[in-house]
Design a protein around this ligand. Structure first.
Ligand code: AHG
Ligand code: MN
Ligand code: MN
Length: 339
């Protein structure tokens, strides 16, 4: 089948971007390449998940009281092993581990980057063959190189991200990332195990006409969100309403669809999750960086830009409103006027 662009691999593209910076040393290029490699290993397991004894739960809970699936553990171990043996990364914060993981080898301690990661996003969809993902976020360390990473390295506001992205294990596997020069998407050709450029300079349609929220929690939503949902459902052809409701339950998949088609994803504070459910450092910040780079926006529903919220802990949760600017501004309006 004909490709839309000259066949360009992820590796070629990253190197080309690096060449735009005369001061680049190649460390970020290598780091992104390593993430791509680890994602292909996870992808192989995801594809085999129905065939091998990897489905199901480990019987353990993570530090946030959530059931840990075998594939969560597998993905976490893969990324940890590859990042730990790379010489660019001195530490990792992951959803699956209470404390930050500081890589102790002499080479790792020289690494200038730290990574925050949700190794497997959308765990509840693993066993039912529905799309899942990996989310990553990369920062320069603030501690001195040559030493182990410290917690402060991981508590930087999202605005400081050097790069961020996700891998979507869907009907095809895609890697989408940004280094602050727009958002680019690559699709895995499974026959040769290589990512090829497939989506160049993604700009999200604005306004979109998809809203994504777990409406089963409706009764517990803030009044502003309830009003916004009713607004989405109203019949007004002049503003393309009613909008369509779409919710997969994997942030990566829901965001990816809305990124390409135009829409809004909301996970507000609820009675069971008064701080929101999604985690600031390894879910919301990377997705917010991508959203902004694609022309969209991301807030906490109270007028605060996600990327400017200073994290206080690595597993901190935050209400999350992300998508086309016009749609996020509209729900913010309802939130402000219905306290
Ligand atoms: P994770 O599997 O990494 O814990 O993340 C699950 C998150 C996110 O992917 C998704 O958008 C959200 O939880 C779904 O939550 P609900 O089932 O409460 O809608
Ligand atoms: Mn997640
Ligand atoms: Mn996860």
């Amino acid at each position: 089948m004909a490709r839309k662009f000259r066949a360009q691999t992820l590796g070629e593209f990253i190197v080309k971007q690096q060449n735009a910076f005369s001061y680049a040393t190649g460390d970020l290029t290598r780091l992104l390449t390593h993430i791509g490699i680890a994602s292909r290993i996870v992808n192989r397991e995801v594809n085999m998940a129905g065939l091998v004894d990897i489905l199901g739960e480990t019987g353990k809970e993570n530090i946030q009281g959530e059931t840990v699936k075998k594939l969560d553990v597998f993905a976490n171990e893969q990324f940890k092993a590859i990042l730990g043996s790379s010489i660019e990364v001195c530490g990792l914060a992951t959803e699956e581990e209470k404390d930050v993981v500081s890589f102790e080898s002499d080479l790792s301690k020289q690494g200038k980057y730290i990574v925050c990661m949700d190794p497997l996003d959308g765990s509840s969809n693993i066993d039912v063959n529905v799309s899942i993902g990996t989310i990553f976020s990369i920062y320069h360390r603030i501690s001195e190189t040559g030493n182990p990473s410290v917690e402060e390295d991981f508590l930087q506001a999202g605005i400081k991200q050097v790069a961020a992205g996700y891998v979507l294990y869907g009907s095809s596997t895609m890697l989408v990332y940004t280094t602050g020069l727009g958002v680019t998407g690559f699709t895995l050709d499974p026959s040769i195990g290589e990512y090829f450029l497939s989506h160049y300079q993604i700009i999200t349609p604005d306004p979109g006409r998809i809203y994504s929220i777990n409406e089963g929690n409706y009764i517990n939503f803030p009044m502003g969100v309830k009003k916004y949902i009713k607004y989405c459902q109203e019949d007004d052809p002049s503003t393309n309403r009613p909008y369509s409701s779409r919710y997969i339950g994997s942030l990566v998949s829901d965001f990816h669809r809305n990124l390409l088609k135009g829409g809004i994803y909301i996970y507000p504070e609820t009675t069971s999750h008064p701080e929101g459910k999604l985690r600031l450092t390894y879910e919301c910040n990377p997705i917010a960086f991508l959203a902004e780079q694609a022309g969209g926006m991301a807030t906490d529903g109270q007028g605060n830009r996600i990327l400017e919220i200073p994290p206080e802990s690595i597993h901190q949760r935050v209400p999350f409103f992300v998508g086309s600017c016009e749609m996020v501004k509209q729900v913010e309006y309802f939130m402000k006027n219905n306290p």
